[in-house]
Design a binder for this molecule. Structure first.
Ligand SMILES: N[C@@H](CCC(=O)N[C@@H](CS)C(=O)NCC(=O)O)C(=O)O
Length: 233
């Protein structure tokens, strides 16, 4: 692997490719992590058009068997799919800030909470989108089960109550520090918003936390960060 030396003398990681879709809720998780870690300049963004089903074509499936975005490609050709795995890889490149925890306890709690967001909210909203709405259109959505989709929608809405309760007692999803678990919940709420499942007004703690998250430059500029002329460093 090649790397280069920045003006401050620290070694910068080699260039990587990110196969993604600028407005996608899952790609947002990696875009936010990249910005938080100050790694945006190390990435060549490669757009894969979900609406044209490019992620289900053999060329892309050869990169990710699951046919989903995002995928990170390292300079030695190693392919890392799954947002959690990508975030853990990026976090391991450089210690500051830490998104996946420093201590064994923090790593365990952050992973648990991030997975809980996936299981209860983000992936549930995704199932709702793909099964109970037109999703990505008939060419991509070759099997739909609306009943399953609506059950997952209800599960996702219920989970907002759980996350609201957590955020009454603590500043962030996994405790008192911003982490991967917050990024996963941001991804879930981006997706929920796209499919018109707003946070119920009575979940004040969740609303307040989300308003704070949207002030972070990593969240605010996530869509435009692939345009090098617009995004802040
Ligand atoms: N478990 C995967 C899920 C990724 C995922 O569902 N990505 C969306 C992009 S927003 C996707 O590719 N959807 C297209 C499809 O499922 O057809 C991860 O965490 O990376």
């Amino acid at each position: 692997m090649s790397s280069d030396i920045s003006e401050s003398g620290t070694t910068k990681p080699p260039m990587m490719k990110l196969y993604d879709w600028p407005t996608g809720p899952y790609p947002a998780r990696v875009r936010i992590a990249l910005a938080e870690k100050g790694l945006r300049s190390r990435i060549d963004f490669v757009t894969v058009d979900l609406w044209k089903g490019e992620h289900k074509k053999p060329e892309f499936l050869a990169r990710n068997y699951s046919g989903t975005l995002p995928v990170l490609e390292l300079d030695d050709g190693t392919l890392i799919a799954e947002c959690t795995a990508i975030t853990e890889y990026l976090d391991a490149l450089d210690g500051d800030p830490t998104l996946t925890g420093r201590t064994a306890r923090d790593k365990g709690v952050i992973h648990m909470m991030s997975r809980r967001v996936e299981l209860e909210l983000l992936d549930a909203v995704s199932v709702y989108f793909h099964h109970a709405t037109p999703g990505l259109g008939p060419d991509v959505e070759v099997y739909q089960n609306p009943e399953w989709g609506f059950r997952q929608r209800d599960k996702a809405l219920r989970s907002m109550g759980y996350f609201n309760d957590r955020l009454k007692d603590q500043s962030f999803v996994a405790g008192e520090a911003f982490s991967m678990a917050d990024i996963t919940l941001i991804g879930g709420l981006i997706f929920a918003d796209l499919v018109q499942l707003p946070i119920p007004v009575e979940y004040e703690a969740l609303h307040a936390w989300y308003a704070r998250m949207q002030e972070r430059p990593s969240v605010r500029y996530r869509v435009t960060m692939s345009d090098r002329t617009e995004a802040p460093a």
